[in-house]
Design a protein around this ligand. Sequence first.
Ligand code: ZN
Length: 356
Amino acid sequence: MKVYVTSTPEVEKNEVDDVVDLLSSVAGPIKFKQLPSMSYEAINTFVELDESFENIRTMSFDGLFELCKTYRRYYLQSEGITKDDYVVILTSIRNEHKWFSSFRGNDIFVDINDWEDYTGKNPMYGIAYQVLENIFQSLMKLNIQLGEVESEPNVHWTSIGCINDMCQNKKDIILKLRTGDICDSCQNRFLDAGNSIEIGTQIQSNIENIRKGLVRKFTEKGDISPKKIEVRKDGKVYKVFIEGVEKPISFEALARTLYVFYLKNLDGVNQYDLKNNYGQLKDLYFKIRRGGDEATLENLIVIGGNSTFYKEVNYINKALNEALGEVLVEFYLLQKVDNVYKISLGEEYISIDKEL
Ligand SMILES: [Zn+2]
């Protein structure tokens, strides 16, 4: 299932980028794709409007869903959008009923205004939540037709912290954003409508991710600085020490080699480019693991199914997590950033034995 996220032309592209990135950070059967906005000129050509689109500030639900249909037709050929795919338009144009968002079939619009006021955080969290909420409600066939929504059993008129809270008082929206919950009755209804547990889980993990971004954190009360990290000999063996942590980080020799390599290459190295740095890796490996087996090292840099690279990265990050805890560990993790693996730590915090 694909969800195409786009916007009306007045919305900054990077706002849409942020929302799509956030939605795509959880893997699963729903794939989020970004579509360019349509230009004012194209919209004025393809949509019947009473005035030029540039001058419109409020639209009816019918008008907004007609706009979704237009985007669908406009990108049908180039993107191969099917009727089962979703089209989501993010817009700063207000809707007649002042709803946060709405859906009709597989078409969705989301009002991008005011989210920073409601949440106190980057607007992407509230907007991404609205995208997920509408997909969920559409999949569970929630009846939100005006005049019928009042008797829909799975719309909660009194907020309970479920994705289907109505939030007539708009400020209540923060409650469901901070609980990240979907109540039992709504989960059952979703499954009874023929949806898979995988899709439900992806939506749930996504809103959990958003919840984590929205809760108030102690770390916002002040800055946390990293502690110094040192690679030095402990007896005859080179080990990795972090200031304030009693024991060396428990890495096996290969993981230690890889970690020290990345400490020495702070700009990052793509996993496929490790072979171009084989000399440096080999030198480190045999200093760290005297009498080591070169085949073990070679398995780290091969490309394809036999590569042990990802396994070692997991070992490294797991050991760091165990030693450091959630907040501090962020400075030391070996993570993929902009297409390279790297440790995001300043050089001034690192000291490595001269022999290495
Ligand atoms: Zn519910």
